[in-house]
Design a protein around this ligand. Structure first.
Ligand code: SF4
Ligand code: SF4
Length: 61
């Protein structure tokens, strides 16, 4: 898995706060519950900056 906020969304931890949206590789799309969730495109460089922004990043895999 790439080192980006998919680590958060795949755990169901994302609350759609928007903080990680600073990256051009992230867009927000409403999830099945109607809440915005980040979607990372295929050209993400795995820099991890979006994870630093996320309050739910516990730095664990
Ligand atoms: S390029 Fe960096 S900040 Fe952007 S989505 Fe990938 S890991 Fe996150
Ligand atoms: S920063 Fe974390 S909680 Fe906020 S939208 Fe991004 S992944 Fe979700």
């Amino acid at each position: 898995m790439k080192n980006n906020v998919t680590k958060i969304t795949e755990k169901g931890m994302c609350v759609g706060c928007g903080s990680c949206g600073v990256c051009k590789h992230i867009t927000f799309v409403n999830n099945e519950l109607g809440f915005p969730a980040p979607v990372v495109d295929d050209t993400c460089e795995s820099c991890g900056k979006c994870l630093i922004e996320c309050i739910y990043n516990m730095d664990s895999d």
